[in-house]
Design a protein around this ligand. Structure first.
Ligand code: FAD
Length: 625
């Protein structure tokens, strides 16, 4: 049956973080897009923590924003607290994080999508995929509809054959209160896809009115909060809500241990792997048995709700154990529960089955994005969604795929890691995964990516102009500093204040400003500099760029040169028809992995685990280098 007579350019299955960005990107690129999701009320629902960003993840949100995605805008519009993490470290590590109002977040996303041209919505559950041999041509739904499309992006999150666990209770579901999704995995496996199972969990939500905050430490937001979006349509927070910090103790741990024999984590009922870096509280006390306490962050779920997210207390232990144990935490003695914590197991598809454009290797025009690819986290999902949306739209326009290099974006690192190395446990981004993290900073995502977004049609001329102005003014300010000679009378009072050795003759300000103990603001008393700033409207954002240049240009240049070297290898392509079985001097393991991953370049081949430098040399010889 088909009530839909249109053949869509792009169908997006699932309106989570990946699906919402995918739908926005493809529609904004002019592709006629349909977003099918189980419940239109839950668009971009935050299944777990009501927060966006954090270490490395904050950089991803900035990149999404620079590429014309919506996650940064929605986060700014719904934020209740903002923090720049790692501010004591170098700028490569600065990571923005905001807590959002959970309900407003979903509402704001839906609003933004409703204002997006070329985007249709439909609430139903997709339970099958329609193929024409090795091409996808549409989807089937629970209501029996068949809807045709040139490309399909599956972003089903934790819903595929989802199984929820609380203590000894197990039931089907994609998230608390929502049904699981069946049919898609089965259709894909029948087509030859490999699937696996992963697990994740969430903590209880409690009534904030039942907590005693006097026993906890207040964690306010930043004094001068920033924001995620580079666009002027959002503003920084004027008012913020505080979080609170408390700790588990030995009693909590003993009470939790009482439930271990009824725990699905320990009695073998949960068989799949969970996120290593976001472990459940039972996992923490089991793995780090000698630790006397663990942090518990008490985080409000919004402006107008008393609901509290108990960060750090993710658990699937039985309700009675959760209830008893949490009461032993200072401030939680009289707690009232809104919802108990739970774990969920779900199907994922090892991402080595994808190309860099996130299209599957087995089925043409079929794309996967988000948790279905073995990742965890809203930011990782949203980034993949945006890239899949862009690439599905490009495919319908018969254009080359849009691929970001590892040296261009965390998003490039994320996708390259997934498709080249695969993942056997929920993958989350870290700064350590990026070899060029001094290049991939949160402050320069617009400089790196907005020109690309403009080419794709995802950034306006005005937006591009603003980025070019930022670049130009930064360069002009650096040039000015290089030329500006300052006298000892100008500088020595500043140096003295910082207990630094005085200078005996005039010097270029550029040289002095590079000293680590000094900041740009220290020099604002120099009249010529002040005049330059005023006459050229040099704002805080540009001053920050100049400051980073002054202090880190050595590292930045070194990373650029390393990246250029790698990019030269990136440019040595391996034809898709290349027959590795004929290359006898490859190790057995390398041959097997190369046949599976089918890397498109020597550089990608070199990143596959099991492919050694000598295997790379062999390949280089075959490619005529
Ligand atoms: P989701 O946000 O799950 O969205 C999937 C969407 O697809 C949903 O709207 C769903 O209704 C829809 N859908 C699914 N199947 C179909 C279908 N067949 N037809 C139509 N619509 C469909 N991340 C962390 O980083 N840390 C954590 O600690 C963490 N804990 C989590 C705990 C739980 C219990 C859950 C459920 C998730 C947790 N996450 C955590 C993961 C985080 O929620 C996801 O990484 C992120 O939401 C993934 O985004 P997504 O778009 O891939 O999928």
């Amino acid at each position: 049956m088909s009530l839909f007579t249109t053949t869509y350019d792009v169908i997006v299955v699932g309106g989570g973080h990946a699906g919402s960005e995918a739908a926005a990107a493809s529609a904004n690129m002019g592709a006629h897009t349909l977003l099918i999701t189980m419940n239109l009320q839950n668009i971009a629902q935050m299944s777990c923590n009501p927060a966006m960003g954090g270490i490395a993840k904050g950089q991803i949100v900035r990149e999404i924003d620079a590429l014309g995605g919506y996650s940064g805008i929605v986060t700014d519009k719904t934020a209740i607290q903002f923090k720049m993490l790692n501010k004591s470290k170098g700028p490569a590590m600065w990571s923005p994080r905001a807590q959002s109002d959970r309900m407003q977040f979903a509402e704001c996303w839906r609003n933004m999508l409703e204002q997006t041209e070329n985007l249709d919505f439909y609430q139903d559950s997709v339970n099958g995929l329609i193929f024409d041999e090795n091409k996808i041509i549409g989807v089937k739904t629970n209501l029996g509809l068949e809807i045709k499309a040139k490309t399909v992006i599956v972003t089903a999150g934790t819903f595929l054959n989802g199984l929820i666990h609380i203590g000894e209770k197990t039931f089907g579901g994609g998230r608390a209160g929502e049904g699981a999704s069946t049919g898609i995995t089965e259709d894909l496996v029948a087509k030859g896809f490999e699937s696996g199972r992963m697990k994740t969990g969430t903590p209880p939500r409690v009534d904030g009115r039942s907590l005693d905050y006097s026993k906890m430490t207040e964690q306010p937001g930043d004094d001068n909060p920033k924001k995620f979006s580079y666009l002027p349509i959002t503003s920084v927070l004027k008012e913020q809500r505080s979080c609170y910090l408390t700790y588990t103790n030995q009693t909590t741990h003993d009470l939790l241990r009482e439930g271990f024999d009824r725990s699905p984590m320990f009695n073998g009922r949960i068989k799949s792997t969970g996120p290593r870096y976001c472990p459940s509280v039972e996992d923490k006390i089991n793995r780090f048995a000698d630790k006397e306490r663990h942090q518990v962050f008490v985080e409000p779920e919004g402006w107008n709700t008393v609901e509290i997210y108990v960060n750090g207390f993710s658990t699937s232990l039985p309700e009675d154990i959760q209830d008893k144990a949490i009461r032993s935490i200072p401030g939680f003695e009289n707690v009232k529960f809104f919802r108990y914590g739970y774990a969920i197991e779900y199907d994922y598809f090892p991402p080595t089955q994808l190309t860099h454009s996130l299209e599957t290797k087995l089925i043409e025009n079929l794309f996967f994005a988000g948790q279905i690819n073995g990742t965890t986290g809203y930011e990782e999902a949203a980034a993949q969604g945006l890239m899949a949306g862009v690439n599905a739209a490009l495919k319908t326009q018969n254009k080359e795929p849009f691929i970001l290099k590892r040296s261009e974006a965390y998003i490039g690192v994320l996708i390259d890691d997934l498709i080249t190395k695969g993942t056997e446990e929920p993958y989350r981004m870290f700064t350590s995964r990026a070899e060029y993290r001094t290049l991939l900073r949160q402050d320069n995502a617009d400089l790196r990516l907005t020109p690309k977004a403009y080419e794709l049609g995802l950034a306006s001329q005005e937006r591009l102009d603003r980025v070019e102005e930022k670049k130009q003014k930064t360069e002009e300010t650096i040039e000015f500093l290089k030329k500006l000679s300052v006298t000892k009378e100008d500088i020595n009072p500043i140096l003295e204040k910082k207990n630094l050795a005085a200078i005996s003759q005039s010097m270029k300000l550029y040289k002095i400003a590079a000293r680590p103990q000094l900041t740009f603001n220290d020099f604002l008393s120099i009249e010529k500099l002040n005049n330059f700033i005023e006459e050229n409207s040099i704002d805080k954002e540009i001053i920050e760029q100049v400051e980073i240049h002054l202090k880190y240009s050595g590292y930045i240049e070194k990373e650029k040169s390393n990246a250029d070297k790698l990019n030269r290898l990136e440019n040595v392509p391996i034809p898709s028809s290349f027959d590795y079985t004929k290359v006898k001097s490859l190790s057995y393991e390398a041959r097997e992995k190369l046949l599976k991953i089918k890397p498109t370049s020597i550089s990608q081949a070199s990143r596959i685990s099991g492919v050694s430098p000598s295997d790379v040399s062999v390949l280089l010889v075959y490619m005529g280098r």
